[in-house]
Design a protein around this ligand. Structure first.
Ligand SMILES: [Fe+2]
Length: 158
């Protein structure tokens, strides 16, 4: 993390840990049913489609042992703002349809709360950064996503 954004490191690490936890929860649910996990179809991998279109930071960049710039952090958060809104809405739909099922309801509620938290922190951090002269980077990151981005994600940046 760049020194100016060091306070974000714990939030981003927590975010990553939550996503790993989500994978473990889904794997445990599959195991309980005697099923093996399989890779999802590539055309449903929204995050990788965005990466292939040059939107956001690449996974390779995120894995490099090289300090991110402040602009990288803004790009990362803007991209996550969109993907987390999508995740939050998808898991809320799952919660509506399966939240009261005894076998998966608790897992879905835990994941839904995590996704809502991810969306909230990405949005709050972007608002903070937008007032600290990063509004243009935020708009530039979100602009290519415009046709696929909920209006609430694209209208808030000064
Ligand atoms: Fe998430």
């Amino acid at each position: 993390m760049p020194g100016s954004q060091a306070g974000l490191a714990a939030k981003i690490a927590r975010h990553g840990a939550d996503e790993d936890k989500r994978g473990r929860i889904f794997n445990a649910l599959l195991r309980k049913r005697g099923l093996e996990p399989v890779a999802g179809p590539a055309d449903t991998d929204y995050t990788m489609q965005l990466e292939a279109a040059g939107i956001g930071l690449t996974h390779a960049r995120l894995r490099r042992e090289e300090e991110l710039t402040e602009a990288d952090i803004v790009t990362y958060l803007a991209h996550s703002r969109v993907t987390e809104q999508r995740a939050s809405e998808q898991i809320r739909a799952l919660l509506r349809h399966a939240g009261d099922r005894p076998d998966i309801g608790r897992a879905v509620r835990v994941i839904s709360a995590d996704e809502d938290n991810h969306l909230a922190y990405c949005h709050e951090e972007l608002l903070r950064l937008a007032t600290a002269r990063h509004g243009e980077v935020i708009r530039a990151t979100l602009r290519p996503l415009w046709p696929r981005t909920p209006s609430t994600a694209t209208s808030a940046w000064p």
